[in-house]
Write a protein that binds this ligand. Structure first.
Ligand code: GGG
Length: 354
């Protein structure tokens, strides 16, 4: 198979974790006889520095010519005081919107050998296997008007019927392929967007009689996600709730550094990135955990290219390295074999190459 992939390393630890993931992609290509043509482009703070634009036209053009996009992370204190249009995060929001990547899939699975790294009790964290489906191109991150003065600020949360319908359909389909349970998360006791969301889930559920549906308020799910996460299969929610809940879910896995994500729109094209951000405080120290980006490559192989065996091989290799007791600094709380980003990546490469 031959595929074109645009690589957007971004800021902070982005370039480090992306370099690791690219090595894994190349070794998979070699082992399974695929050719991955990689093109590099700028996004976020790196693009602001180079082009005075967090998402330059050249970057969009390269992505448009590609089968998939691999992204690291964006952001950092260097750009904190920039005007809104010149913030690194704007590049991320724009690329999602430009390519209509409305469904952000964030799997949360506890690796058995990482249970000691989770602050949760073993019996709470083990057997967690859930998928957060975050709506990614609507809601308060995109709504207009938005404005800030010294005296007041306004953000607007807007959702159209169609925007809700398509993400809810996506979540029902996923639940059907998994354990047949869907938890829809909203704030319907307060927000009109949530009331529309809940009505649409209620309408849609008749098309999926094989899926068991429950509605839950976001504040309640925030608690249950760490007290009883094993009850969830697919969790579908709007943009900001999904952003927050998926970071919270990292507590289950012991680190944000192991959570991958896929942003898709229903065809083969997709953007793959770790859930974590650019972690500028550890950038350049070899302390970043590349697992989330490596696992995002596995999602790319599976979702965009249909390469299930290759994806499973990456997941197996990552798990094997954890099982062998090798960790990066973020997971080191209960372990002593702490490796740098490159050393840990080499373990994964050796595992695949063996
Ligand atoms: N790799 C994810 C990343 O760079 N996150 C930083 C960020 O700005 N996140 C906002 C969001 O995901 O909506």
């Amino acid at each position: 198979m031959e595929k074109k992939i645009t690589v957007l390393p971004g800021d902070g630890i982005g370039p480090e974790v992306v370099a690791s993931a690219v090595k894994v992609l190349q070794v998979i290509g070699k082992r399974y006889n695929h050719t991955f043509h990689l093109g590099y482009a700028a996004i976020g703070g790196a693009a602001i520095d180079q082009f005075n634009n967090p998402l330059p036209d050249e970057t969009i053009a390269m992505c448009e010519e590609s089968d998939a996009v691999l992204l690291g992370a964006v952001g950092g204190p260097k750009w904190d005081n920039n005007p809104p249009e010149l913030r690194p995060e704007k590049g991320l929001l724009k690329i999602r919107k430009h390519f209509d990547l409305f469904a952000n899939l964030r799997p949360v699975k506890a690796f058995p050998s990482l249970l000691a790294s989770s602050p949760l009790k073993r019996e709470v964290a083990e057997n967690v296997d859930l998928m957060i489906v975050r709506e990614l191109t609507g809601g308060i991150y995109f709504g207009e008007p938005r404005k800030k003065t010294n005296e007041a600020a306004v953000d607007t949360c807007v959702y159209s019927r169609r925007e809700i319908e398509r993400i809810v359909e996506n979540a029902f389909e996923l639940a059907r392929l998994r354990r047949g349970k869907l938890c829809s998360v909203d704030k319907a006791n307060v927000l009109d967007t949530s009331r529309l969301w809940r009505e649409i889930v209620e309408e849609k559920k008749f098309q999926y009689p094989d899926v068991e549906v429950e509605h839950n308020l976001v504040d309640s799910v925030a608690m249950k996600l760490i007290t009883n996460p094993g009850q969830y299969d697919v969790v579908v929610t709007e943009n900001m709730f999904g952003d927050i809940l998926s970071d919270e879910a990292s507590v289950i896995t012991g680190s944000l550094g192991v959570l991958p994500s896929a942003s898709i729109r229903g065809d083969q094209f997709g953007l793959y990135e770790p859930v974590h951000g650019s972690a500028p405080e550890i950038a350049g120290q070899g302390a970043a955990n590349p697992a989330a980006t490596i696992l995002s490559v596995a999602m790319m192989l599976q979702y965009s290219f249909g390469l299930k065996e290759e994806a499973a091989e990456i997941e197996r290799a990552v798990n094997a390295v954890f099982e062998d007791g090798y960790y990066t600094a973020d997971l080191a709380r209960h372990h002593d074999r702490v490796l740098t980003t490159d050393e840990w990546t080499d373990k994964v490469l050796n595992e695949i190459d063996a």
